[in-house]
Design a protein. Structure first.
Length: 240
């Protein structure tokens, strides 16, 4: 069993990785064990050289491409994508950027969201990122959703009914017993996950649904409506 989670950042990738790892008994591949970069050619070379071990799972923010899907299919790799309400995704991205500011090992130095470091969530820098830099995150999710080549999981559904959502996902990958589903959900509760993997404290903040209501104001909502309304709907979420 090999699983690659391909999804936008800050949508619950680590949570889904934990759930699938626990459900199937897979090794959680850490950064030194996976290919560098985002090029499909690098992924292909790594896979074809035997880099992806049996019974492994990892996540990467690859853009959708038919080539990547073809490589995965040819090598028995299952693809999964987790999607999340764009409003919560933006808030998570903002706070993640602040938390990673002093991390010398962070992988996204110089990215557009770096302009938000040390700035308020309603600062000109944050509003500019929301208007311009956030587009790619939404479009990545739309492309994977529309591709039909990845098992799609909803972050909100995992909160509302984790048994049903994880069962739905694993049925499409390889069915597992209810006991494995329940075990995975227990192991991967936020507190347990943070306790088991200390490095995630920089990555996981509140792990809740609807936290955007505590942080976004009418100006944020205006930008969402004027700039991203079609993308929000395409992802299957409601425009606020």
């Amino acid at each position: 069993m090999k699983i690659l989670i391909v999804a936008p950042p800050k949508t619950g990738n680590s949570w889904l990785k934990c759930l699938l790892s626990a459900a199937y008994g897979l090794e959680w591949l850490t950064s030194e064990k996976v290919p560098d970069g985002t090029e499909v050619s690098d992924f292909r070379a790594w896979v074809e050289s035997g880099g992806f071990p049996e019974n492994g799972v990892f996540h990467h923010h690859y853009d959708f491409s038919e080539e990547l899907c073809d490589v995965a299919e040819a090598n028995g790799i299952h693809l999964a994508t987790i999607l999340r309400d764009p409003y919560d995704t933006f808030v998570s991205r903002y706070f993640f950027t602040q938390a990673q500011a002093d991390n010398p090992n962070r992988s996204e130095k110089g990215a557009s969201h770096d302009a938000m470091i040390g700035k308020g969530i309603d600062s000109p820098e944050a509003m500019h990122y929301l208007s311009h830099g956030f587009t790619g995150t939404l479009e990545k999710g739309i492309e994977w959703l529309n591709s039909g080549r990845s098992v799609v999981v909803r972050y909100e559904n995992l909160h509302a009914d984790p048994v049903a959502e994880l069962t739905h996902a694993t049925t499409q990958i390889q069915p597992v017993g209810r006991d494995r589903i329940l075990h995975a959900i227990q192991v991967c509760q936020a507190d347990n996950l943070l306790q088991a993997r200390k490095g995630l404290k920089r990555r996981i903040r509140s792990a809740t649904v609807g936290d955007w209501r505590n942080h976004l104001n009418e100006e944020h909502l205006r930008v969402f409506r004027e700039t991203h309304a079609d993308r929000i709907r395409a992802l299957g979420y409601e425009v606020q």
